[in-house]
Design a protein around this ligand. Sequence first.
Ligand SMILES: [Zn+2]
Ligand SMILES: [Zn+2]
Length: 655
Amino acid sequence: MISVKLPDGSPRELKDGASAADLAAAIGSRLAKDAVAAKVDGKVVDLALPLPHGATVQILTKKDKEALEVLRHSAAHMMADAILRIFPKAQLTIGPVVEDGFYYDIFLPEGKITVEDFPKIEGEMAKIAREGFVFQRCVARYDEANEFYARYKAIDGGHNKFKQELVDGIARRGEELTFYKHGDFIDLCRGPHVPSTAWLKNVKLTKVSGSYWRADANREQLVRVYGTAFFSKEELDEYFRVLEEAKKRDHRVLGEQLELFMFNEEAPGFPFYLPKGAALWNNLANYARNKLKKRAYQEVKGPIVLAESLWHKSGHYANYLENMFFTKMKMFDEKKPDAVVDVEEERPMAIKPMNCPGHCMIFKHKLRSHNEMPLRYSELGLVHRRELSGVRHGLFRVQAFTQDDAHHFVTPDQIVGEVNMLIDYFKEVYADFNITEYHMELSTRPAKRVGSEEMWDRAESALKQALESGGYNYKLNPGDGAFYGPKIDFHIKDTLKRTWQCGTIQLDFSMPARFELEYVGADGQRHTPVMIHRAGLGSLERFMGMIIEHYAGAFPLWLAPVQVWVIPVSEKFADYAREVHGKLLDFGLRAECNLKDDRLGYKIREASLQKIPYVIVLGDKEQAAGSINVRSRDKGELGEMTLDKYFSQLECWQK
Ligand SMILES: [Zn+2]
Ligand SMILES: [Zn+2]
């Protein structure tokens, strides 16, 4: 007999050689049916593997995130099987799981695989799934004749130098060589997999791209076939519906269509805001400022270029160097007037990747007392961070962005109160953008960090206490904190239920000491304050990209870059249109008067494409009555009314 522990700590007795599948069956027939894989002492394994005595075993069902990865990886095997049936000369290389699914990198000595082949491959995959082949784990000895190995080689590995390279690597490391077989297909793999191909009925191929063996451009070119898999057809359909919807909402597409921003190779990864984008950006900035005022923040403004030595002190130089921009002084050579030389500077300068050190220096400007704390400094701070071209993505990942940044300088007993205030604050902010779903994550000490263990203990327990005293549910992310302290991150869900990391509250027991910040406590002694870094929207750029997609470009009135268009039905009414336009501007609305030569119908359609919240049409009748005719983007025709009536019935138009 062996004994294993369930996740709740309760023991279970099982026969020698019993597997996780046996354990699931012993617990209940329902669990036996739902079981996908098992987590044995923290490692995900096949259900069929014999359990070691004394192990802690968790049965994974489709509700578990790891189970989905097992499913998707298993689907990669099935896809490889199907591809080999159609392209017998194809050679398999590796087939891992990725964020939204899986891929397999394949070498094709001749021909190619394109999306046109997908229906055929998917048809073959459906057949394999219907067969319900069991995934069988086979251990081979690579140094001697072995049935599994021989069989494997006959299918693919015989002429497959890629797999041979992998096998050689495994041999060198002295690791176990395992294969997985379903039906006649066998592949080199560490596992784990779902029990059988019957689980793989909801699989679809998504795209095909190129890659290189070992990601080395000097090696063989491979074709990468992507797919995704879900446990149910509903989830699979929903995935593609969201994907389709996301394509339509892509902020890069809408940014062009709505003329919000552009990019240019002269400044890669740095957005250029067009007039409407700049208006949208300013709306966000004004919004952030108004919120700050209500919470007794003091706005400050620090320089963008600061001495390199400062970043040594802050720890950024040691921990963040490769993401920083540095300035370099150049001069014309005195002897050779067309040559330029780099000047060795006495005080080399760097461009700030963060606003924190600037705020520390403002705090240090004079002696502080506990009476004036918490001190909350805010800054719409422009920071620059290097991002490799491969990871830059529209407004989501840029090289310069503005944070709605703030730093709270607090006494240790103010931490919990400040963090709770911030949680409430951020919840209010997200509600203003119709974001009602979010969760919090607490990230703790990373491997690369500054400060003593004792400091980290105190910081982590303070954040935990704030979360727990507020009764919030949160997820723990061990090892994911900033290098100077633990943090609470807000993960919000947009209309498409996609998750975005936005707000952050980071505790820092390190930087105030590095900058020798002090305040006089109630005891008359000098103390080091605690610093809280926080951002609600995160980066204005990224947040803007997110809300463009969240609203599909149809911004609420208060946020819309242009709120009203005034359109005269013909040139005859241009003066009246100008008069109405002036009154709208006086009221404070962002209004434009469209006096172009285009026909009325065309202008109205353009307003709809530009997602302008209100269109005011002016003709004979309106001019005679001194009225306006209003059409709302969201509510349709509102008809004729006076300007006063229009103003009085407007929904929230500024925040
Ligand atoms: Zn596998
Ligand atoms: Zn900071």
